[in-house]
Design a protein. Structure first.
Length: 289
């Protein structure tokens, strides 16, 4: 059975990389100012960072509609001749994209089977899992097997984000269990993580330097744990309007782990909710040899 893999732009894979892997990417949407809606692939992270930094226009985001997803599934079937689709999306704890994909799946009932996967993560934690699923599909795995590969890889990953302020997460309603930090936001520099598909506080520190030092320590601990299990590791640094900080963070991680992190700009939709100055680290253990 030929299986196609679909994901969304918050996987941070980039068009060329996704195409090379045979993955179809559906954009989420960014809404700017008076409601102008822009697909995530038509606005750059840098433009989003400038809008947020200027503070003159409000920015928000929305999921793809069920109709958009259903149309994508039909197009994928027509273009690839696939017999099934595995559709992988960002955590349902922070977005309604999984729900939209399930509605699209139901619309196509009887035409093509669609397995919807809630990755429960975001960014390259999802991107690496999607690529692993695409490799499994290319190797002849059936839809259930592809979905299981994706879920396992995503569940094994760890993600942390340093944000300059919780304000953007608060405005977008994506703050999750980290809401308890809002009252103390002026006194701390938030270090956050995704756990059980929601945003949780990872550490409470009072300076950016201490937050980033703790971020590195957490990532190094995760790398060492993965190595003890004999697993290969993919390591990434995410950034939004923080190029120098990302380079310095990647260099420190390289020095302490021996791994060379991939540096990736955050997807515009994620950037709307984290804001300029965001730095993140993804530790994604691979399959056992």
């Amino acid at each position: 059975m030929r299986v196609a893999v679909v994901t969304d732009t918050t996987a941070c894979l980039g068009a060329d990389r996704a195409e090379a892997a045979g993955v179809t990417v559906v954009p989420l949407h960014v809404h700017v100012g008076g409601g102008r809606s822009v697909p995530a692939r038509e606005i750059t992270p840098e433009e989003v960072a400038e809008i947020l930094a200027a503070g003159k226009e409000r920015a928000a985001t929305s999921r793809p509609s069920p109709g958009e997803l259903a149309e994508t599934y039909r197009r994928v079937v027509a273009e690839t001749g696939c017999e099934a689709i595995v559709s992988v999306h960002l955590s349902a704890g922070v977005s309604g994209t999984v729900e939209a994909a399930e509605l699209a799946r139901d619309e196509l009932a009887g035409q093509v089977p669609v397995e919807v996967v809630d990755s429960r993560v975001i960014g390259l934690a999802m991107g690496y899992a999607v690529l692993a699923g695409a490799r499994a599909a290319a190797g002849g795995a059936d839809p259930a097997e592809v979905a299981e590969v994706v879920r396992a890889r995503a569940a094994a990953s760890r993600t942390w984000f340093y944000v300059d302020t919780l304000e953007h997460l608060r405005r977008g309603g994506r703050i999750g269990r980290a809401a308890a930090l809002v009252g103390a936001a002026l006194a701390i520099k938030p270090l956050l993580t995704l756990r059980d598909g929601e945003v949780h506080p990872a550490a409470k520190v009072r300076t950016r330097a201490k937050a980033l030092a703790r971020l590195v320590d957490l990532a190094v601990e995760a790398v060492e744990t993965a190595r003890q299990g004999g697993r290969p590791i993919e390591l990434a640094v995410h950034q939004l309007a923080a190029e120098e900080g990302a380079a310095a963070l990647a260099e420190e991680l390289r020095g302490r782990t021996g791994l060379t992190p991939e540096i990736a700009v955050l997807d515009p939709v994620v950037g709307v909710h984290t804001g300029p100055g965001t730095l993140g680290v993804v530790v994604a253990p691979g399959d056992l040899p």
